[in-house]
Write a protein that binds this ligand. Structure first.
Ligand code: MG
Length: 254
């Protein structure tokens, strides 16, 4: 069963997501060479606390950070620690908040200083894939329409999609139904309905799609060591335009 939110529940999701979108923007602005991934985690923890919320990641299956911080060849689920950001790398900040019982989830890949043109292009295409996926998040469409739009955008540009990790419903808990793969067939899967809140999150590799998990049990890295890019928004399905809840006030595609 995919939960449907109504009325005050949607307002709760809007509020949680708006606050989270602002925190991610503020956190992104801090990124600079020499910072450790732990520095970013501490800043995020403070921002989440000051907003009156809690991190839904902290302690999740024992995860030791407040956010996931993944650098360059790290795809997702990087544990904040001593790694220092270097000029020319990208850092992926994946952050959630529980605010008044409502969970939202968003992520962005941030350049550390200036990055190579091929990395800039990778980031731009991942954002485009996210927008294309969100564009399919409409009542009456099927889940596979989101997945297929993302895959088409990624593969068409010569990149690869990470298959082992997927987007998800979000709301009362961090991971609700449905799972949202970043590949699939349009016209397949469950029917989308107004009131569904979905965390859509393409993970896109510059090189091969294959990933592995480090000894720490969390950090996902590309097998070929090439960079990976990740963007995510919490989105509300409506009868009209999808509402990008973590994208800033009343954010839609148009
Ligand atoms: Mg997520």
């Amino acid at each position: 069963m995919i939960p449907i939110k109504k009325g005050a529940e949607i307002d709760g999701m809007r509020r949680s997501s708006q606050v989270l979108g602002r925190i991610l923007a503020e956190l992104s602005a801090l990124v600079q060479p020499g910072l450790t991934t732990r520095d970013l985690d501490e800043a995020a923890a403070r921002m989440i606390r000051e907003a009156g919320g809690k991190s839904p990641f902290y302690g999740y299956r024992g995860f030791p950070g407040h956010i996931c911080v993944s650098v360059s060849e790290e795809v997702v689920h990087g544990i904040p620690g001593k790694r220092k950001l270097l000029y020319g790398e990208i850092v992926k900040l994946d952050i959630g908040i529980v605010l008044n019982g409502w969970v939202s989830d968003t992520a962005a890949s941030i350049p550390v200083g200036a990055v190579a043109p091929e990395i800039e292009a990778l980031l731009a295409q991942t954002q485009l894939a996210l927008v294309q996926g969100i564009g399919q998040a409409r009542a009456g469409n099927r889940l596979g329409d989101i997945s297929a739009a993302i895959e088409r955008c990624v593969v068409g540009a010569g990149y690869t999609v990470v298959r082992e990790f997927v987007g998800h419903g979000v709301g009362r808990s961090l991971h609700e139904e449905p799972q949202i793969p970043n590949y699939g067939r349009s016209g397949s899967g469950p029917l989308l309905k107004a009131g569904m809140t979905l965390a859509i999150e393409p993970m896109v590799n510059l090189g091969q799609a294959e990933i592995r998990i480090l000894q720490d049990g969390w950090t996902v890295v590309t097998v070929d060591g090439k960079p990976s890019s990740h963007f995510e928004h919490t989105v509300l399905v409506t009868d009209g335009e999808p509402e990008i809840l973590t994208g800033g006030k009343s954010s839609t595609l148009s």
